[in-house]
Design a protein around this ligand. Structure first.
Ligand code: ZN
Length: 144
């Protein structure tokens, strides 16, 4: 009288646990769309993003491209200084965060599968060709 379907029932149980874990990962307020915590300080009339290099590294994009995006979106001068980005105006934390979230949305997140595993195949002032390494999707976004 030994039950022989134990293996089947326990594997179903594991799937349920995975689903719950996924739901917890996406709890409202917890997700920040892959933007690391910003370290910012104001210096006179300038805003210094102290951990610019760290953000660039996490985004896996060229520093110049992100710099240009911030500059264009906020209509400000920007300058890379070592690991920092100097912004020629006083910018609020949440404004900068929203700008970077928009960058992630446009240039990093695959619109088909929602994963951030994308790379630029080519880029010009007019357009960027993006390729998703997760699902193979290829798409275009406006250039900078
Ligand atoms: Zn994809």
């Amino acid at each position: 009288m030994v039950s022989f379907d134990d293996a089947t029932s326990s594997s179903t149980g594991f799937n349920d646990l995975d689903d719950i874990a996924d739901m917890l990962d996406e709890a409202p307020g917890g997700m920040r769309r892959g933007v690391p915590e910003l370290k910012i300080h104001i210096q006179g009339q300038k805003t210094i993003l102290e951990n610019f290099t760290k953000i660039v590294t996490e985004f896996k994009r060229e520093p110049k491209h992100i710099k240009k995006y911030i500059s264009t979106e906020l209509g400000v001068q920007t300058k890379i200084k070592g690991d920092q980005l100097e912004i020629g105006s006083i910018i609020r934390d949440d404004t900068l965060r929203k700008t970077l979230e928009a960058y992630v949305e446009v240039y990093i997140t695959c619109p088909k599968c929602g994963k951030p595993d994308t790379r630029f195949k080519s880029q010009s002032k007019k357009k960027v060709e993006v390729q998703c390494l997760a699902c193979g999707n290829q798409y275009r976004q406006p250039g900078l």
